[in-house]
Design a protein around this ligand. Structure first.
Ligand code: NAG
Ligand code: NAG
Ligand code: NAG
Ligand code: NAG
Length: 365
């Protein structure tokens, strides 16, 4: 928990120096590197100057100076942010309160965040606002592919970088049923493709297309499973299709010198897997769904997903955005149909992804 002021200084210097340097490995522009080094420097400087006014920080500085031995220095923080912080990204809380509005109707007030204490707070995760996110994503090509969960993720991502007027137009276009959607946000040179891909085989086809045209997105988020569960309802078949997908991603990575470079250094490309949400069986809106989409099916699919070894935790290429744990934490009050959840859940998923990108770039030295 406690760092000496000297160690704190050294840590701060390392962060300011190495985070932006690491970002070069991500092919982020020089502007972005400068921005991040500036932003980090400012927040660290502000932190140091404001520290006397915050009792917790004062406590922590005085107690560490009194115990000036190095035994209080946490070994987990000696630069290995990736191993210590990546697994903590999903440790967020949801705050849901029922309130009565002036006209008498009841509604839920919802918010989320990372705890401000313990190991999670040491990682310094941040909710990126519009300008930070725009800067990080400036000049990038993002692809979000999958089913309706993926669409909600694309919406959350755009909501972060577009103003509300533009969002209204996007919302109606994006929600045309079962179609692809592309938008170029010209002021930040960002391109986002939403690819409607309800089945894993559709994702595998997409990988083949990337390979064929030798063009790869800077960030890829994909997920699929609900349609398979509803229409095919065969978990081992799902695993087989995931293994094909894994094969196509691996061959894409071998072909691409850019992804290959990244891989050589960091072990993985910026590719994410969207897990399935918690399914609230009694809320599902058709008999067929209630019959086929239940906990038993979910856990069978989940087990086969792990067996496919496509996820980073089992040596695969994709980092899990664990929608199931987020939706479970948010709970019943966050969904009306038992499958699609409140925007807040997908906003949290996006912030987890952006923070993962920042952590990963730090690692790439
Ligand atoms: C009551 O107010 C809430 C927001 O304050 C609004 O969303 C809702 O539509 C209102 N209901 C009626 C019946 O006016
Ligand atoms: C995005 O980057 C371009 C050049 O790389 C720069 O001119 C522009 O100001 C940046 N936009 C934002 C919003 O940061
Ligand atoms: C997705 O894959 C299914 C099954 O392989 C196929 O029937 C469907 O046409 C594909 N959809 C798209 C949008 O490619
Ligand atoms: C499930 O899929 C596997 C692999 O495709 C197939 O061998 C098996 O027969 C299927 N099971 C059922 C009950 O359809």
């Amino acid at each position: 928990m406690m760092l000496g002021t000297v160690q704190l200084g050294v840590l701060a210097a390392c962060i300011v120096l190495f985070v932006p340097m690491g970002m070069a490995g991500w092919h982020l522009s020089r502007n972005k590197m400068l921005f991040f080094s500036g932003a980090l420097f400012i927040s660290l400087a502000v932190g140091v100057h404001l520290s006397p006014y915050f009792p917790s920080i004062t406590d922590f500085i005085s107690s560490s100076s009194s115990s000036s031995s190095s035994s209080s220095f946490p070994s987990s923080h000696s630069g290995n942010d990736r191993d210590s912080c990546l697994p903590l990204l999903h440790e967020i809380y949801f705050d849901i309160e029922q309130v009565r509005s002036i006209n008498g109707s009841l509604y839920y007030l919802k918010s989320w965040g990372w705890p401000q204490s313990g190991a999670v707070s040491d990682c310094g995760f941040q909710k990126l606002g519009r300008s930070h996110a725009s800067d990080l994503l400036n000049g990038s090509w993002l692809v979000v592919a999958g089913d309706s969960q993926a669409r909600l993720v694309a919406l959350a991502l755009l909501n972060l970088v577009l103003d509300s007027e533009r969002m209204d137009a996007v919302r109606s276009d994006l929600f045309k049923r079962h179609s692809n959607y592309q938008i170029v946000v010209s002021d930040i040179g960002m391109k986002l493709d939403f690819i409607w891909a309800p089945f894993v085989s559709n994702l595998t086809d997409l990988m083949a297309e990337f390979k064929q045209y030798t063009s790869y997105p800077d960030v890829l988020v994909m997920g699929s499973g609900l349609w398979h569960m509803l229409h095919l309802h065969n978990a081992s078949d799902y695993r087989i299709s995931m293994e094909y997908l894994k094969g196509s991603i691996m061959s894409l990575m071998q072909m691409s010198p850019e992804l290959g470079d990244d891989r050589a250094v960091s072990g993985s490309p910026p590719f994410f897997w969207l897990g399935m949400p918690m399914l609230l069986n009694s809320m599902l809106n058709t008999e067929e769904k209630r019959e086929r989409m239940n906990d038993a099916a979910f856990f069978a699919y989940e087990a086969e997903l792990r067996r496919s070894k496509i996820l980073r935790e089992s040596g695969g290429p994709l980092l899990l955005l664990d929608i199931h744990s987020l939706t479970r934490d948010c709970g019943k009050r966050c969904t009306e149909d038992g499958i699609h959840y409140a925007a807040m859940v997908y906003n949290a998923a996006i912030q987890i992804m952006l923070n993962a990108l920042v952590i990963e770039s730090h690692q790439k030295l």
